[in-house]
Design a binder for this molecule. Structure first.
Ligand code: HEM
Length: 417
């Protein structure tokens, strides 16, 4: 017969006795826990598994340390201000509990008051980075960015009316020369169209509150900002693709050369009439545009990716450390939040500088110079235009690939005409 059902033998009986004893001990041990669960204390409202509270004579039932708000208001103040604590887990950003003070403040007036307080405490270098960053975005960044862009637009308008469009001095020859292959033009327009969309959507994010909300209202701005942000994130990748294309296509023609100095000394031939300094495929001004677009574009792409994937790409501490080896004294112990703030600031600064440069580029590539647009439109330019602006390049083509020059009449697409 099965020993478990029938009368137990010696060892089996011992086993049963031990089992019963264990159950009894476990039940006794659970008793305080059960009574605690029935009567939650002020200290541990959820109570389970915690020791029964014994009202202390010293605190008279209040929490030691006054976490209800009195003695520790300093702690909460510091947390609200973005103070970092010490942690020993890998996720460094967890050290800072509250990372967007401005978001926690309810009204514009709250934010202003908090910023003013922060300024008075003048400890921006330590914990005030969040407030000072918000302040910087709405203040100097937005202000100098607007000065730069409006200043450049004003300069171009003045230049247009004083100097007028740069004409083809010898008139059109009726013969054209191949300037840019289809692949080069595809690369250019990929960069150009993406940049314009990125620029407009980026500006809407930076200036939307102050410029668009008063005109369009909050609801319309909200949908513009949402769509703009999505566009900004996705178009960034076509910008990067175009950037890679034009880099590969044009880098060999953009290496600086001593003859570029002569071009600069003669004002690029655009300030005075009848001056045509020698240039190969790209002149010194275009080389500057090329390198500003390539280096600025790479830098903007990296800082943009760091913003798109928050806390995944800390770049600034390493960059600052590298710069410190050549004499800079930049901070290298950056918190994850500070890394994000540097990325955001740098992204916007580079974008604003690039926008100013590109405004001038768009002017000279369209209404500012007769015959220039054809280079990126049809890919062919008038031979006289090419001789006046890129004489050395034309000589090169005549010697190496004369078939790129033909006598077909060219339909100019120049908007200045
Ligand atoms: C409507 C806007 C634009 C127009 C009409 C335009 C026009 C042109 C033209 C005609 C050229 C060739 C100049 C030549 O044959 O020597 C050119 C070149 C170039 N474009 Fe644009 N462009 C525009 C926007 C942009 C944008 C947004 C970027 C970059 C963000 C850009 C970057 C470049 C670069 C790097 C070159 C080669 C260097 C140079 O010629 O300056 N372009 N563009």
């Amino acid at each position: 017969m099965n020993g478990f059902i029938g009368a137990p033998n010696g060892p089996e009986r011992m086993l049963r006795v031990r089992l019963l004893l264990s159950i009894a001990v476990a039940l006794v041990a659970m008793l305080p826990g059960l009574s605690f669960a029935q009567a939650p204390s002020a200290q541990h409202p959820h109570g389970a598994g915690r020791p029964t509270p014994v009202p202390s004579k010293i605190t008279e039932g209040q929490l030691p340390g006054g976490t209800l708000g009195k003695q520790s208001s300093e702690i909460w103040k510091k947390l609200r201000e973005g103070e970092r604590g010490a942690i020993n887990i890998p996720d460094e950003k967890a050290a800072q509990l509250i990372r967007g003070r401005a978001k926690r403040l309810n009204t514009e007036a709250d934010i202003r008051r908090a910023m003013e307080l922060r300024r008075q405490q003048s400890d921006a270098a330590d914990t005030g980075n969040i407030a000072s960053w918000v302040e910087y975005r709405k203040g100097p960044l937005a202000r100098y960015g607007a000065y730069g862009m409006l200043g450049m637009l004003a300069l171009l308008v003045v230049f247009y009316f004083v100097r007028g469009p740069v004409r083809i001095e010898h008139g059109k020859s009726g013969r054209v020369i191949d300037r840019f292959a289809t692949i080069e033009r595809v690369g250019h327009w990929l960069v150009a169209v993406s940049f314009i969309i990125l620029g407009l959507t980026g500006l809407a994010l930076l200036y939307g509150r102050s410029v668009l909300i008063p005109v369009l209202g909050k609801e319309a701005f909200a949908s513009i900002a949402m769509t703009g942000k999505l566009l900004h994130n996705y178009i960034a990748f076509s910008f990067m693709a175009g950037l890679a294309m034009i880099f590969v296509a044009w880098v060999k023609d953009n290496i600086p050369h001593p003859r570029d100095l002569e071009w600069v000394a003669k004002g690029g031939g655009v300030l005075l009439k009848s001056v045509h300094p020698p240039a190969k495929k790209f002149n010194a001004g275009q080389k500057v545009v090329f390198w500003v677009v390539i280096l600025g574009g790479i830098s903007m792409s990296l800082s943009g990716l760091a913003l798109m994937f928050p806390f995944e790409m800390p770049l600034f501490a390493k960059t600052f450390a590298a710069l410190n080896t050549i004499g800079f004294t930049l901070p290298t112990n950056l918190s994850p939040v500070e890394e994000m703030q540097y990325s955001s600031a740098w992204h916007a600064i580079v974008a604003l500088v690039l926008i100013c440069v590109i405004l001038a580029h768009i002017y000279i590539g369209s209404i500012g110079m007769e015959g220039a647009f054809d280079a990126m439109g049809s890919g062919k330019v008038d031979l006289n235009w090419a001789r006046e602006h890129h004489g050395l390049w034309v000589e090169e083509v005549e010697n190496k690939a004369p078939d790129k020059i033909d006598s077909r009449e060219m339909q100019s697409m120049h908007p200045a005409e």
